[in-house]
Design a binder for this molecule. Structure first.
Ligand SMILES: CSCCC(=O)C(=O)COP(=O)(O)O
Ligand SMILES: [Mg+2]
Length: 230
């Protein structure tokens, strides 16, 4: 029986266009001023810049080169942990100042609340940092959804296409794999979760439904039919 729902964000609870057309441009525009302002006074920012310099093989003291690298990584949709950490810090300003509202599909908003009220435990696993996850759900157009979640995982536990990441999440949750349903729009993530023994549902919100050897859902109301069967 499923007792835990672990959900992806982009393409699953929230639209891909919101992430790519609102969040990423906001980060790209505001990262330069943020890094110039905080590279010397924030240990967290300094730590991320150390990691960017190491990964990109560039001079740690060349702040403008680090900024250009981060902006290139945003354009390439790289899931690098230091980029994701910095993006979350920049988005925080945007959400707090009311410049950004988090997108959540109406069906996701509806069923996350229902599942929580039915006693299922809800967790997030996204490439966005834990801070970014709490912001997108904390500042949606439909209100604050963070009370429904019991916890958050990001790429610090490992990449989303690696089975070991899901095994590590199971270790943190202390539950049997077969009691966890992972929701995502990315097949390689579902395969990794299945390799760790989790149940999965593939969210295909647009376009033709694929022939798949796994459960496919248009939206969270269809996921609910699966949850009620198991
Ligand atoms: C947490 S909102 C920002 C989403 C993001 O930065 C991202 O890369 C989306 O990754 P996901 O794993 O949710 O598809
Ligand atoms: Mg996704």
């Amino acid at each position: 029986m499923i007792r835990v729902v672990l959900t992806d964000i982009e393409g699953t609870t929230s639209s891909i266009s919101f992430v790519h057309d609102v969040l990423f441009p906001y980060a790209s525009e505001h990262l330069p001023e943020f890094i110039r302002a905080h590279h010397g006074d924030s240990p967290v920012v300094a730590e991320q810049l150390d990691a960017v310099a190491q990964k990109a093989g560039i001079d740690r003291d060349d702040i403008e080169a680090l900024i250009q690298t981060l902006q290139a990584w945003i354009r390439e949709d790289r899931k690098e942990t230091p980029l994701k950490t910095l993006q979350g810090m920049v988005w925080e300003q945007g959400y707090q100042q009311g410049e950004i509202k988090g997108h959540i599909y109406a069906d996701a908003a509806d069923y996350l609340q229902r599942w929580h009220d039915r006693g299922l435990r809800l967790f997030v696993y996204s490439s966005g940092s834990v801070k970014a996850q709490q912001l997108i759900f904390g500042f949606t157009e439909a209100g604050d959804f963070t009370p429904y979640f019991s916890g958050y995982f990001d790429t610090r536990i490992g990449g989303k296409k690696e089975a070991d990441s899901y095994r590590a999440i199971l270790g943190e949750l202390g539950v049997e794999a077969k009691t966890v349903l992972f929701l995502s729009d990315v097949e390689a993530e579902l395969e990794a979760a299945e390799a760790a023994g989790m149940k999965t549902a593939w969210l295909v919100r647009e376009g033709e439904l694929p022939e798949a050897g796994r459960f496919v859902a248009r939206d969270f109301s269809e996921v609910d039919t699966l949850l009620r069967k198991r």
